[in-house]
Design a binder for this molecule. Structure first.
Ligand SMILES: Cc1cc2nc3c(=O)[nH]c(=O)nc-3n(C[C@H](O)[C@H](O)[C@H](O)COP(=O)(O)OP(=O)(O)OC[C@H]3O[C@@H](n4cnc5c(N)ncnc54)[C@H](O)[C@@H]3O)c2cc1C
Length: 425
């Protein structure tokens, strides 16, 4: 078993590989993108396809952040129920956001097909699982709200949910046929590879340390060199490394950890999630469940498996596995890793226009595969054409969050207490 975040399951199994060099000289570019996750790579791909010169600088490696650590559920919309999105973003902006992110999975699977990205892409829908009767009421509300806004959702009863999951632990489920699963790190690398093929210059190992705007251009420092850019996109989300002159993306970092078994034996593979849907549940301290291409069952939950509560979360994952699938109780976890989610107070992503031709996009609040792809693509268009209306949400000038350290500790403590006391996982 490994808990090395650099050796998580996605790193071990990604078929996509890319080869980049560190930034080693001064340059000029139309669009400079900071951060090589879904947002940055999608923006670079879009800009290069539009014929612009684009340079992407990544401090570590492509997919180092949330994009290489997540569950891989390509969800439509946001984590919030549609009515809550409308309440938080307003009727007009919220409706547009729901529409664009509702089409997000289609955008992701179209790019995967067009660019031939080898990322275990399956599009068999997702199941939002009712962990309790109260969870089923939540799903009934989401079902009504979703269908009103055009989402083709289906509410499943407990028996159908048991047939699809192979577990009798759930009270029902909301099935979303628009969604699916991917190998997230392979998708991020595939986006970067496609961007490079379209002409983007991508440099890993190139942390941006300072930015400044003068004489109508952005001057961006990395590895002791300067890049001059007409437009600038900061796409660093929860993994931001400090940049002098840039506003910090503001959010509450929330840990989420995953535990992947060895590949399931054939007999159990045929019974457990036979349709390959990706799942998450309605519990306040949420958990996730999915299968990868090799047949590994991956259990996830809020909490930091690498922190002080690591043993509590590991023991919870074992109990959870046993509670869902008693016959798998002894199957070892071969990979354990964690990631940091950038949570905003209203769970809505933020596009901050912090200077001339400059955007910082962050705060996906745990929903970044399709939203990151959509926002990144739109950001490239908005910045290159001077059309902020291309963004799914109007940009704001500044954004702040209060008591982030305290709230991070609160989330972790809540997850550890829940995981310590929940007897059946
Ligand atoms: C554990 C976990 C599970 C999740 N599950 C899902 C899921 O199932 N479905 C879903 O839709 N979303 C999920 N998410 C959310 C999703 O992964 C993120 O929203 C998404 O990856 C954000 O992408 P990004 O490109 O904006 O940022 P990131 O992928 O975090 O990329 C930011 C990059 O910027 C780089 N960087 C930072 N500072 C600098 C600098 N100064 N110079 C250069 N580079 C820099 C970092 O190294 C990093 O690679 C999950 C997130 C986590 C953590």
């Amino acid at each position: 078993m490994t808990s090395d975040p650099q050796a998580n399951l996605w790193r071990a199994s990604a078929q996509e590989r890319i080869d980049t060099a560190r930034l080693s000289g001064d340059a000029a570019t139309d669009l400079l993108v900071v951060g090589g996750g879904f947002t940055g790579c999608s923006a670079a791909l879009e800009a290069a396809r539009a014929g612009a010169s684009v340079t992407l600088l990544e401090a570590n490696t492509i997919g180092h952040g949330g994009s290489g650590r997540n569950v891989g559920l390509v969800n439509a919309g946001l984590w919030l129920a549609p009515d809550d999105v409308l309440a938080a973003a307003g009727q007009t902006d919220g409706t547009r956001l729901l529409t664009e992110l509702g089409q997000g999975p289609q955008a992701v699977y179209d790019i995967i097909a067009r660019e031939g990205i080898d990322c275990e892409a399956t599009r068999n829908g997702t199941l939002h699982l009712a962990h309790a009767p109260s969870g089923l009421r939540d799903l009934e509300n989401r079902y009504r709200q979703g269908n009103r806004t055009g989402a083709p959702l289906q509410l499943l009863d407990a028996a159908e949910t048991a047939r699809r999951t192979g577990s009798t632990a759930f009270h029902g489920a909301l099935f979303d046929p628009r969604a699916g699963t991917i190998q997230p790190l392979a998708y991020a690398r595939g986006l970067a590879r496609a961007a490079m093929r379209a002409g983007a210059r991508v440099h890993e190992g190139s942390a941006v340390t300072a930015i400044a705007h003068s004489d109508g251009v952005w001057r961006v420092r990395a590895n002791g060199h300067e890049i001059r850019a007409r437009a600038l996109l900061l796409a660093t989300n929860a993994y931001c490394e400090a940049i002098t002159g840039a506003p910090l993306p503001r959010f509450v970092p929330v840990s989420f950890s995953q535990f992947a078994t060895a590949p399931l034996p054939e007999e159990q593979r045929a019974r457990i999630l036979p349709g390959g849907e990706g799942c998450w549940d309605t519990a306040m301290v949420m958990s996730s469940l999915r299968i990868d291409a090799a047949g590994r069952l991956i259990v996830g939950g809020i909490g930091n498996a690498e922190g002080a509560g690591g043993k509590i979360h590991a023991s919870w994952a074992r109990r959870k596995l046993r509670a869902l699938y008693p016959e798998l109780g002894a199957l070892p976890f071969e990979h354990v890793w964690r990631g940091s989610i950038a949570m905003t107070s209203d769970h809505i992503p933020k596009a901050v226009a912090f200077g001339p031709n400059a955007l910082s996009i962050f705060g996906y609040s745990g929903r970044g595969i399709a939203p990151g792809t959509v926002f990144g693509r739109a950001a490239a268009t908005a910045l290159l054409n001077g059309t902020p209306e291309a963004l799914p949400l109007p940009p704001i000038q500044t954004y702040t969050e209060r008591f982030t350290v305290l709230r991070e500790a609160y989330y972790e403590l809540g997850a550890a207490l829940t995981h310590a006391t929940r007897s059946r996982g």
